[in-house]
Design a protein around this ligand. Structure first.
Ligand code: ATP
Length: 347
């Protein structure tokens, strides 16, 4: 039996349809990310699971129980929001113990649980502090401790990292993943950051305009995107127009094997799937290009190339700084490239 089962969820705000027929099954202990651009409906879906928003139609089952119409207080989850939703006038202890006190847990038990939780989120001994005395990342750690206090079956995270600086985001997302694996709590995190989703999720639900475009492991979604939208939204991609005729793809001056109907298509190609080595004499799908621009990003660079083989289209490839230095490559240098036909996605 799935832990969470969303059936035909639809949400309308007046005449606007925010979610259309969402069907999704989540297993116990999974870490699932809802990923998509602003306005695609991911927060609305999370809020419906939490009971903070009521679906126009459709059903939700959690642990086999129909929770479709249950108020939030009767559902079994903890939630962390984007902005630090701690009570500013309450200490860390009172914030974290809030749910336990509401449930009338014995005092000694509450004290022990809070001590354990603040330790778990890496802030032992912070019980007497107030939210205003904590950094953004520390506040989110306490919000996490508060969400976990009652040992909920489901942890809901609504863009919990988006207000933090880049370093803190990476640190906290790794901590959240570590904690989730340690506790085995089924977790859903909303994010619009594809790197965040790729790095923490067991499965990613890619959403666009109120529908699910694809559900899959990070590798599936990255390597086998189900639609041009997914290919474009998750990771960097080169998009090149091409013609398919009789099982051959005519891409600029090159012909590559490709199954599917004849016609005008778009070829999606990841920068790392354009190789500079190893290239042996006589290899197929090899062509000469010229470097037109280099974006220096530290240990590797985005290198933009043009080639008569590509007509007016440009490609971006990733090259390590070491490779560029070893080969003395700079803007204007020639560069031999090889395409991997099996890695091209054609839509
Ligand atoms: P973001 O990352 O910007 O929060 P999102 O994918 O989470 O985006 P939602 O917040 O779920 O998007 O909103 C989906 C759509 O529904 C948006 O077009 C939004 O304007 C609309 N919407 C959300 N809540 C309401 C509401 N209470 N009333 C009217 N429209 C709403």
């Amino acid at each position: 039996m799935p832990f969470l089962d969303l059936r035909h969820i639809r949400k309308e705000f007046g005449s606007f349809t925010a979610l259309q027929d969402i069907n999704l099954v989540i297993q116990k202990s999974e870490f699932v990310c809802f990923l998509g651009p602003s306005g695609c409906g991911k927060t609305t879906l999370l809020r419906i699971i939490a009971g903070l928003e009521v679906q126009t139609s459709g059903q939700i089952f959690q642990g086999g129980r129909d929770i479709s119409r249950l108020p939030p207080a009767l559902r079994d989850y903890g939630i962390v929001f984007q902005s630090y939703a701690l009570f500013p006038n309450l200490s860390v202890f009172d914030n974290v113990s809030y749910g336990l006190v509401n449930r009338k847990a014995p005092r000694a038990e509450v004290r022990q649980r809070v001590t354990d939780l603040v330790k778990l989120v890496g802030l032992p001994g912070s019980e007497a502090k107030f939210p205003g005395q904590l950094s953004g990342g520390q506040q989110q750690r306490i919000a996490l401790a508060r969400a976990l206090a009652t040992s909920p079956g489901l942890l809901l995270l609504d863009e919990p990292l988006s207000a933090l600086d880049a370093l803190e985001r990476v640190r906290l997302r790794q901590e959240i993943r570590g904690l989730q694996q340690k506790l085995g709590v089924t977790t859903i995190m909303v994010t619009h950051d594809q790197e965040e989703a790729l790095s923490v999720a067991d499965r990613i639900v890619v959403m666009n305009h109120g529908v699910i475009e694809q559900v899959g492991t990070p590798l599936d979604v990255y390597r086998e995107p189900a639609s041009p939208f997914v290919a474009d939204f998750v990771g960097k991609v080169n998009v090149l127009p091409a013609q398919r005729v009789g099982g051959r793809l005519q891409l600029g001056g090159m012909a590559l094997p490709s199954e599917g109907a004849d016609g005008t298509v778009k070829v999606y190609l990841r920068p790392e799937d354009v190789l500079t080595r190893p290239i042996a004499p006589g290899d197929a799908h090899v062509f000469e290009s010229q470097i037109e621009g280099i974006d220096f990003l530290g240990s590797y660079c985005h290198v933009h190339v043009g080639s008569p083989m590509l007509g007016s289209h440009k490609l971006t490839v990733y090259l390590s700084l070491n490779f560029l230095s070893e080969q003395s490559l700079q803007v204007g240098s020639p560069l031999i490239l090889k395409l991997l036909p099996e890695r091209l996605k054609v839509f």
